[in-house]
Design a binder for this molecule. Structure first.
Ligand SMILES: NCC(=O)N[C@@H](Cc1c[nH]cn1)C(=O)O
Ligand SMILES: [Zn+2]
Ligand SMILES: [Zn+2]
Length: 483
């Protein structure tokens, strides 16, 4: 049977099975697997078991829920267990290539009060807009379950699976992939011994129309600054003006990190960024993107840059510093006259070549300490790294990218753009280095999916076509003469 004939059968099955695939996604999304919320850790574990059950019913073998030990500090509960990594195999034929598919089953926090139109952990199938709405729909439960549907479509279409598949599904990606590095190192010569390539579907098209393949990610170093003052929250009428307020100190320290144009004000970071090369400019010219698409995705007109090249460079190859929030501060409605006793400011820096993570942390911590010292406050200040994750840049013309480009052409009828991504998948570089294989990023969703935001969605066409691309990719990769 020719590849085209195989694709016809598989794609037909994907279309037929769409309602069942959506049903599996709905069940997975129902589990609020928020890795950053310690109280929800049992839910993250529950989702791991849900996936293991799905894999079992599909006939995967050697299914392991691998424990990673306790979560390292800073953490409230020092005995908090990390969620397990779900390892499984589908096929073990030495004559076939082996593809490791990575995805994460944990999600970002979400609450209706944040502004969602519906309950975030109840999948909404919007027939009118043809989209699936719910936390994790695009990041990353939708794409992760896509791999399971690839297997089922092959089974029901009666097409031999072209490769050996290994899953590595983790539950801490949104919290820095804690513990996974060590597991990959330990299993490099065991469970992952025969892996020829790694495919990750956990990012998005740049815009809304053109499919992309991704060959670069920024890293992410996440920090917290804790300012400790009085023993308890106090009445601002009784104590205001006569005690040193932690929140006043914190906003001053945080105010020295970045300006409103996005320029990082911490000395020593700019010097570590690799210079822009002449050749690089050509890359941006070819990419299909505009400021209008950025505005549409952000739902605003707040872009700091108007030119495509500036936007892409600042998303892909320059660092950025974002301020995320303050734990312990009054954040409700109304006018509570409180002086918070202890506040924890959270910010992260997206890192790029050639920023050294350890050096960056030293610079950041010293900067915060220096700025706090200037305040002459009797409060205490501690700045620390919560987690870091490496940036990654690859060759976009290896066998895996070539196979994915062919698969995209078969499904969408166009050559994908080759993009980098502003976001991070902390474990990507570890796979490349520890397994000595290449890694390819094959996004399923679109740039306006609202990952990490309210009303996160995945277009039904992206879900269905994504499963078809994943299927075709495995066939093209299996046929490729190189690894
Ligand atoms: N889809 C990838 C993603 O959202 N990654 C997170 C990873 C991360 C790092 N630190 C906290 N989360 C991202 O924010 O880019
Ligand atoms: Zn993700
Ligand atoms: Zn995410």
């Amino acid at each position: 049977m020719s590849l085209d004939q195989k694709f016809e059968k598989i794609f037909k099955k994907v279309d037929e099975l769409k309602p069942q695939f959506i049903d599996v996604l709905a069940k997975a999304i129902e589990i609020p697997a928020v890795s950053s919320d310690e109280s929800l850790r049992p839910m993250v574990v529950k989702k791991a078991h849900f996936l293991a059950d799905q894999l079992k019913s599909l006939g995967f073998s050697d299914i392991q829920l691998r424990e990673l030990g306790t979560q390292p500090p800073p953490v409230n509960d020092p005995k908090l267990q990390l969620p397990p990594v779900v390892l499984a195999r589908y096929g073990n034929d030495p004559a076939k290539k082996t593809v490791l598919v990575y995805g994460h089953y944990d999600v970002q926090p979400a609450a209706k009060e944040d502004g969602w139109d519906s309950e975030p952990f109840t999948l909404v199938v919007d027939e009118e807009k043809q989209l699936l709405k719910g936390r994790g729909s695009t990041d990353d439960t939708g794409p992760l379950t896509g791999w399971l549907h690839v297997v089922r479509s092959h089974q029901e279409a009666g097409i031999e699976f072209p490769v050996n598949l290994i899953t590595c599904f983790e539950g801490m990606e949104e919290s820095g992939s804690l513990g996974l590095d060590d597991l990959i190192a330990v299993e490099a010569d065991k469970y992952f011994k025969d892996v020829d390539t790694v495919c990750i579907s956990d990012n998005y098209w740049l815009g809304t129309k053109k499919p992309v393949l991704t060959y670069g990610l920024r890293g992410c170093n996440y920090y917290q600054v804790t300012i400790n003052g009085p023993h308890a929250d106090l009445h601002s009428g009784v104590f205001g003006g006569i005690i040193a307020e932690p929140m006043i100190d914190l906003v001053q320290v945080m105010g020295t990190l970045v300006d409103s144009q996005g320029k990082i004000k911490i000395e020593g970071i700019e010097e570590m960024v690799a210079p822009v090369t002449e050749k690089e400019h050509e890359i941006y010219e070819k990419i299909d993107f505009s400021v209008e698409e950025l505005n549409a995705a952000s739902g605003s007109n707040t872009s700091l840059y108007k030119k495509k090249e500036d936007i892409l460079m600042h998303r892909w190859r320059f660092p950025s510093l974002s301020i995320h929030g303050v734990e312990g501060a009054f954040a409700g409605q109304g006018a509570k006259t409180v002086i918070p006793a202890k506040v924890v400011g959270k910010f992260s820096i997206r890192t790029v070549p050639d920023i050294d993570s350890e050096k960056l942390t030293k610079i950041v911590v010293e900067h915060c300490e220096r700025e706090f010292a200037k305040l002459n406050s009797p409060n205490t200040c501690k700045a620390e790294l919560i987690h870091d994750g490496n940036y990654w840049v690859s060759d976009p013309f290896n066998a895996s990218f070539t196979a994915a480009a062919k698969a995209t052409k078969v499904v969408y009828g166009v050559e994908p753009d080759l993009t980098r991504e502003g976001g991070s998948i902390p474990i990507t570089l570890s796979f490349e280095e520890k397994l000595k294989t290449n890694v390819m990023l094959l996004p399923m969703g679109r740039g306006d999916d609202g990952a990490h935001s309210i009303n996160e969605k995945l277009d039904i066409s992206n879900f269905v076509n994504g499963i078809k691309i994943m299927s075709a990719y495995l066939h093209y990769y299996a046929e490729s003469p190189e690894k």
